[in-house]
Design a protein. Structure first.
Length: 410
């Protein structure tokens, strides 16, 4: 039963709703141009929405439900996992039910036309609700209830080596932003960290499983890769922070979501200072990363399954069982606080060109001594991404730019 107790974060009103889906929303992804979002639903559609006015600009009907979505780093492709809704036919015998698990596939579509450019990508033998793209855009990771993560080359859309065998159903996959080629994986039993170049499991902890036999549902790295945040199901509905050098828990768990409710998704904002969480207690909560304090909450009428930040970090998008996407504005005072958080390192930024593929971004170079990196600066003055590969040791991570440029560098 959902708890209606008064909570720490003040309620905030929605500023926009995106309506049109006819069933549960299972996926939200933002385009790097900052102008659009993509959503996927149990209604067997992928929809593209224009943020300027909330208008649905594209609707692609597919044959099965959408389990997850991710946008390519250049914004040109939409990748989806699609599969059958189990229980559609109550009279199915066991063989038919089992055969459905093998029908989960990945599809790659042109973001403008919806044309299939790759797929179906076969390989998983159970549902796929976890997708992520590496920072350089060269690898897609897909995690499945079949207990495996498959890595895909995004140029050829063929498998990149053998699958990662994780030993338990997978709920979330997240590439580390630290540029060391590491992948975080949340499973029913463990949180695992893998080195992709060696296909080696570097660490494994029980995470939320240590607490009342909970499951690990979602992960989010801090921008410097020094900590990994995790969220648990209804047996441990809190956010926990883990030191990635020792894999010990840092501080107390972040509590606030109602007891006996799942935290389905957590995500860090582009500035690396705020965390959003989506829960079956009908709320999205906003947390200060530096303190683990709840600073705002946004209320839906039903379970919230997915949450995402806008590219400029000023808005939160969320959706779930209420079949609509809600857009929430982050209060100015929280953005001001985010700007004032301590950052490490300073890089000199020299604008060298303006040929970014997105009109809301400017391409620039960042340098410290002999080390250089290419970054994209959004119109709202956030660092968005960095050109790098899995072996790169120079990483620039996103922080709001004020009068001078402070960046994490390691």
């Amino acid at each position: 039963m959902k708890d209606n107790k008064q909570l720490a974060g003040p309620r905030r009103d929605t500023i926009e709703t995106f309506e049109g889906h006819e069933n549960t929303i299972l996926a939200i992804a933002t385009f790097p141009d900052g102008e659009r979002i993509a959503t996927g639903s149990r209604d067997k559609t992928i929809r593209i929405w224009r943020l300027e006015d909330g208008r649905e600009t594209k609707k692609w009907g597919v044959k099965m439900i959408i389990g997850a979505l991710v946008i390519s780093r250049d914004g040109k492709q939409v990748v989806s996992s699609e599969g059958p809704e189990l229980g559609d036919d109550e009279d199915d015998d066991e063989d038919k039910v089992l055969s459905r698990f093998y029908q989960w596939q990945l599809w790659v579509r042109d973001a403008e036309t919806g044309r299939v450019v790759a797929g179906p990508l076969d390989g998983h033998t159970n549902s796929v609700f976890a997708l992520d793209v590496s920072l350089d855009g060269s690898i897609l990771a897909s995690g499945s209830a079949d207990r495996r993560v498959i890595l895909w080359d995004t140029t050829t859309w063929r498998r990149n080596g053998d699958p990662l065998l994780c030993g338990a159903p997978i709920a979330c996959v997240r590439f580390s932003p630290a540029g060391h080629g590491q992948l975080g994986i949340a499973t029913d039993k463990y949180i695992q960290i893998w080195a992709l170049d060696r296909r080696e499991r570097l660490a494994q902890i029980k995470g939320h499983t240590n607490y009342n036999g909970s499951c690990n549902l979602s992960l989010s790295w801090t921008r410097d890769g020094a900590r990994l945040l995790s969220a648990g199901n209804n047996y441990d509905p809190v956010i926990r922070s883990w030191d990635t050098s020792t894999w010990e828990q840092v501080g107390d768990p972040w509590s606030g979501h109602d007891a006996d409710q799942h935290i389905y998704r957590i995500i860090l904002n582009p500035a690396g200072t705020l965390v959003a969480s989506a829960s079956s207690d009908n709320t999205v909560r906003l947390w200060q990363l530096s303190t683990g304090t709840e600073v705002a909450r946004y209320e839906h009428s039903d379970d919230v399954l997915r949450v995402a930040f806008s590219v400029d970090g000023r808005f939160v998008f969320s959706g779930g069982l209420d079949k609509k996407i809600s857009q929430w504005e982050i209060p100015d005072d929280l953005l001001t606080t985010a700007r004032g958080d301590p950052l490490s390192g300073r890089l000199k930024i020299e604008t060298t060109s303006f040929n970014s593929p997105h009109k809301h971004q400017r391409q620039a170079s960042a340098a410290r001594g002999k080390q250089k990196a290419r970054v994209y600066i959004s119109q709202s003055m956030y660092i968005l991404t960095v050109n790098q590969n899995l072996k790169s040791h120079l990483v620039v991570c996103g922080f709001m730019i004020t009068t001078s440029m402070f960046l994490r560098h390691f």
